[in-house]
Design a protein around this ligand. Structure first.
Ligand SMILES: *Cc1c(COP(=O)(O)O)cnc(C)c1O
Length: 381
């Protein structure tokens, strides 16, 4: 094991051509970032309206091939508002995975709803259609107005799968199960910009999709998010809710619902547009690195995670699967001690105090992956 780790450290240092600290993921500013930012400052439109916000929304519609994209302040807010748009109300339940970044569960809690944690698939590391089906067979109660949980009596008003590290979940199967039980799907596509399932963009399969442009994501605008949908009415409602629910009027303030100030500032949108112009290059660059990792790890007996059939991963954060927890711990220690940043996958959500009492299934796959998956440096070179 130790030799494989040493070889890994040398290999990663060669890839990034440095002996200095190698982070997990840093932004790459190789395009029009400075130009667009300066233009924005010169125009004085730095805040919540401006040409780049509109341009960003059109670019996201084109990239995801959806009818409407709405720019918002961050990915968490995108999920929160999308949950409201999809019909999640206080006291409802949302089916999701425990193996995710905390924002997925937090967004549900902000809607005063409760997550129900179901297991992931071993191949995708995302919500398993089978665990959803098994759970609903036992607890689902299909009524006129939707699906209820037999155990709690609460309405299950959405299903929120997350495409872990940019590897798409089994979308067709998941949507089939959810349709059968009248549960609308919202994709947490925060990590999967540029990933495809059967040739179509992740985020475009559910009723709504949510993306993040945080500093550590494949494309960043400092901080930002987007909601996408093919339902124009929902899209317009999303724009309206995230811009304080204001009724258009030449000078009066008229608000007829509790909205949010979740706008993306034009400064951030300028950065986002410059970054999105480079998305195809980033995807290609990462794919090349993934191929190099794949053949390196294959010859060292370490399992490097690759995309599943019928999908194209964006390889946002690349990862290896170690044999067991003690191998994982050794790998983490030695790499980090040698200037190569690596990080374990997240702790499962029900280990966190605020989500420890949520209903969940057996989580065999999630717990297996929790002990073995480690992210390795994945930045664009
Ligand atoms: C990054 C991320 C988010 C949240 O995005 P922010 O823009 O940081 O709010 C949500 N879900 C997942 C799975 C993420 O990785």
């Amino acid at each position: 094991m130790n030799n494989a780790i040493k070889a890994t450290i040398s290999f990663i240092k060669e890839q990034y051509k440095t002996e200095n600290f190698i982070p997990l993921h840093v932004p790459h500013f190789g395009g029009n970032e400075k130009k667009y930012l300066l233009e924005t400052i010169d125009s004085t439109f730095v805040s919540s309206v401006g040409a780049y916000v509109d341009q960003f929304e059109v670019m996201m519609q084109n990239i995801t091939n959806t009818q409407r994209a709405v720019a918002v302040v961050n990915g968490t807010a995108a999920i929160q508002v999308a949950l409201r748009l999809i019909g999640v109300k206080a006291g409802d339940e949302v089916l999701t995975q425990a193996l995710t970044f905390v924002a997925t569960a937090n967004a549900i809690a902000y809607q005063n709803a409760t997550p129900v944690f179901l297991d992931v698939d071993l191949d995708t590391m995302g919500l398993s259609p089978n665990s959803v089906a098994v759970f609903l067979e036992e607890f689902g109660d299909l009524r006129e107005d939707g699906c209820y949980n037999k155990k709690t009596g609460k309405k299950i008003s959405a299903c929120l799968p997350m495409h872990t590290f940019g590897f798409p979940v089994h979308l067709d199967e998941l949507i089939e199960v959810c349709d059968k039980w009248k549960i609308p799907v919202l994709e947490d596509a925060a990590e999967s910009l540029g990933s495809e399932y059967k040739g179509k963009s992740t985020g475009s399969f559910g009723k709504l999709g949510a993306f993040s442009f945080n500093g550590n994501k494949i494309v960043t605008c400092g901080g930002g998010g987007a909601i996408v949908t093919n339902d124009l009415k929902l899209g317009e409602k999303g724009k309206y809710l995230t811009t304080t629910a204001k009724i258009p009027h030449p000078y009066e303030y008229v608000h007829d619902e509790m909205g949010y100030n979740f706008r993306m500032p034009n400064l951030n949108a300028a950065l986002a547009c410059a970054q999105l112009e480079q998305l195809d290059n980033f995807l290609e660059n990462k794919r090349t690195l993934a191929k190099q990792y794949e053949s390196f790890f294959a010859s060292n007996g370490v399992k490097f995670r690759t995309e599943t059939p019928n999908t194209k991963a964006n390889y946002w954060l690349m990862c290896v699967e170690l044999e067991n927890k003690s191998d994982r711990d050794l790998f983490l220690k030695v790499t980090n001690d040698n200037n190569v940043m690596t990080r374990p996958i997240w702790q499962l959500m029900y280990r966190l105090p605020m989500y420890s009492n949520c209903q969940r299934d057996k989580q065999l796959n999630a717990e297996f992956l929790e002990e073995r998956i480690v992210n390795i440096p994945s930045s664009v070179r």
